[in-house]
Design a protein around this ligand. Structure first.
Ligand SMILES: CC(C)(COP(=O)(O)OP(=O)(O)OC[C@H]1O[C@@H](n2cnc3c(N)ncnc32)[C@H](O)[C@@H]1OP(=O)(O)O)[C@@H](O)C(=O)NCCC(=O)NCCS
Length: 149
């Protein structure tokens, strides 16, 4: 698949983001979370558009205190294993690094094998476990981190 075009989301993208979140995530966040991120000064909510301009992916990240904090990354289920996740991840790390961040961190469910594989391949390592962190199923959270060269 051709690379997606990544750009900051606007309010007009919120329905598409919420729909993608419902479709693509086993534990979806409500639309209000993304609406809040649009209004938060240090938050980034970016969409990936296919050639026909449809939103097929998004990512949500913060750049604070010299750190890129990755909060969400989702690709349309029908378009997975085509490099979109890798592209969005590189976008967050590059943009955060350009803004002065020196490290990147994220939190991921221990059973989320696709995401852990994506992050590991991009150089992230698990540095901490938050035992039974997720209240909905008592699942552990892995904290993963990498330096930004
Ligand atoms: C995680 C996610 C964003 C990956 O997106 P993607 O576009 O499929 O990722 P890519 O195509 O760039 O994959 C890059 C590499 O990650 C690894 N990977 C991705 N999905 C994988 C899977 N299902 N099984 C094993 N490895 C996988 C592979 O190493 C892959 O490279 P390869 O295809 O050459 O083997 C996607 O699965 C998704 O949207 N998941 C639901 C939302 C989610 O859980 N987000 C993470 C929250 S912490």
């Amino acid at each position: 698949m051709a690379p997606v075009a990544i750009a900051p989301a606007t309010a007009a993208d919120l329905d598409a983001i919420a729909a993608l979140e419902l479709l693509g995530n086993r534990h979806p966040w409500p639309r209000s979370v993304f609406e809040g991120e649009l209004a938060r000064a240090h938050a980034h909510l970016d969409v990936g558009r296919a050639a026909d301009s449809h939103v097929v992916a998004f990512c949500n990240w913060w750049c604070v205190a010299g750190e890129v904090q990755i909060h969400a990354i989702t690709a349309h289920p029908a378009l997975r294993r085509a490099g979109i996740g890798t592209q969005l991840l590189a976008h967050m790390l590059d943009a955060g690094g350009a803004a002065g961040a020196r490290t990147a961190t994220l939190e991921v469910r221990r059973t989320n094998a696709p995401a852990i594989a994506l992050y590991t391949r991009a150089g992230f390592r698990s540095v901490h476990v938050r035992a039974r962190y997720y209240a909905d199923n008592d699942e552990d959270a892995l904290i993963m981190m990498r330096d930004l060269a």
